[in-house]
Ligand binder design. Structure first.
Ligand code: 13P
Length: 249
């Protein structure tokens, strides 16, 4: 499978930030890994237009579960696709926390993404209290079971393991802890979707990934790339992470 370096810009960036994307595309004309940037919704269309001929794909950060209708402020998956997105993040812990999104909601959003022809980047991850209580795999198993629709395939689904306590904190699980969770993800996906689909689903690690720790994370078994927040905002930082992923092939 093609490894994936994905950036989540969260609520950062105005049109001035499009120059970072232009530089990113120029720095990676023929990458040996997939590159995805999920900018804020206002930038999806201009970014996709700017990068139409480039090897950097554009995604949304969230979509509504409904196909259309009276949902003020929300965006349908088909609207993201129409704007040029090829993927959408669903179930990020900031959505789960800030907007009370349950795994049942996340599943419906992922299903809407698939219906619109988008890759769903489905996020799971434990809190520090859950890890300290020894519940990490139970929590992630429950999130996976409820957050993934039946429509998941290797081609249309990416799973991002993002420990909530590692996001934006500079804290990281140990490499053994990442390996344990990613192995569990692969096994759980295989039990539900079969070995060959599960083998082709990209499993991303996310949470304080930087140029300085990317190489050791990418050397961990079943880590097929990263979902990067802060270090995806600037071309030079993210390019180093992309290079580390390419070097890990
Ligand atoms: P940071 O890389 O800033 O820790 O954010 C990770 C994240 O939440 C990506 O979705």
């Amino acid at each position: 499978m093609r490894k994936l370096a994905a950036g989540n810009w969260k609520m950062n960036g105005t049109r001035a930030a499009l120059s970072e994307l232009e530089a990113l595309a120029q720095a990676h004309p023929t990458p040996s890994v997939d590159i995805l940037i999920c900018p804020p919704a206002t930038l999806v269309q201009p970014a996709a237009a700017l990068l139409a001929d480039a090897a950097v794909a554009i995604g949304g950060q969230d979509c509504h579960m409904a196909r259309a209708g009276a949902h003020t402020g929300d965006i349908a998956a088909a609207q993201l696709a129409d704007a040029g997105a090829t993927a959408v993040i669903v179930g990020h812990s900031e959505r789960r926390e800030d907007h009370g999104e349950t795994s049942d909601v996340v599943r419906e959003k992922a299903n809407a993404a698939h219906d619109a022809g988008l890759i769903a980047v489905i996020c799971v991850g434990e809190t520090l209290a859950e890890r300290d209580a020894g519940h990490t795999l139970d929590v992630i198993g429950a999130q996976l079971a409820a957050s993934l629709p039946e429509t998941c395939t290797a081609a249309n689904t990416v799973i991002a393991y993002e420990p909530v306590w590692a996001i934006g904190t500079g804290k990281m699980p140990t490499l053994d802890q990442i390996a344990e969770v990613h192995g569990f993800l692969r096994d759980t996906l295989a039990a539900r979707f079969g070995d060959s689909e599960a083998a082709g689903m990209r499993l991303l690690y996310g949470g304080s990934v930087k140029a300085t720790n990317a190489a050791e994370i990418f050397a961990v078994a079943n880590v097929d790339g990263a979902l990067v927040g802060g270090a995806s905002l600037r071309e030079d930082d993210f390019s180093q992470i992309i290079s580390a992923l390419q070097d890990a092939l």
